[in-house]
Design a protein around this ligand. Sequence first.
Ligand code: ADE
Ligand code: ZN
Length: 370
Amino acid sequence: MPEASPGPASVPADSKATTTARKSDSFAAKLASLPKAELHVHLEGSIEPASVVALAARYGQEVSEREVEARYRTPDFVSFLEAYKWVTSFLRQPQDYALIAGRLAEQLLAEGVVYSEVTISAGVMLLRHQDAAANFRAIREATEPYLARGLRLQWIFDAVRQFGARPAKDVARVAVELVNEGVVAFGLGGDELSLPASDFRDVYDFVAARGLRRVAHAGEIGGPQSVRDAVEQLGAERIGHGIGAALDPNLMAWLAERGIPLEVCPTSNLRTGALARQLGTASTEDATLRRHPLPLLLRSGVTINLSTDDPAMFETRLTREYETLSEMGLTEGEIVRVAEAGFTGAFLPHHEKTALLEAFRRQADLLDLP
Ligand code: ADE
Ligand code: ZN
């Protein structure tokens, strides 16, 4: 893979992530300074209200930060998708994507992230008749300087499930075109209940045959069968969310045996109403972190890594997601295992993954973490 590996994965000695904390610090402070990986974060879900205001102004629209915040606070999954559509309507040119990509890179560094696979809603770009490759090249250009600051990025091109298989194939073609420029995987997001996985089988076969890795959102609002279908029919190597798997002990054992990781995003699950749906409660107030299935999944042997999904929309950040793990009752050892799984699940060449894992373990040892 020539250009897809633009540099060494090892973290520069001056990286923000490997500094400050000491053995005597609190567990939270240690976690903050631990080099982390984030595998499930949407570029378009990372646009802070101030950036939305600036983008809207570019197109002569006056929007206040308060309005953005209100739009981002959605009661259920359908209105979340509406808000996502709304915010992406201000992304019209490559420079808009460059702006938000640079800001996301800053946010990731501030959270101690040294490696991330960022999802790009290429399906939305194509729906709007944009040049997805040009947008992507602007994103890359804006974020390349962050490698020298200790942030290694790769990209996932996401199709939108409810748009159907044909538009998904168009996304797949562009993703394949960019496979040597940092696009590492193909994914499927949007409304999981809209169309069955089987509709996208050919598209997933197409990308796999051309060197892309495969992921899919499944078991977010859907049940165990949706997760199973994503793995069996689409060959998904990691599952976005996957919390619906907790309803089926056989499926959890199957995922554990196959080593298929779930990218769990607890705050997202609260904010989209996904957890409430999984728990079968109409009220989002009953769907609290204490009832989140992450501990059950983890203790059933399923590999879990942790992400923010759409950090600006859900008013969260990665270190906050780690706090949710303590609130769910995970032990420090379990939390460190979740952090490590961010690296083991990465779509990186072996030597780069090993280098990042070693840096992670070194820092964990220095901090006396379990
Ligand atoms: N696109 C962005 N965030 C998403 C989510 N949580 N589920 C499905 N599609 C998405
Ligand atoms: Zn997602």
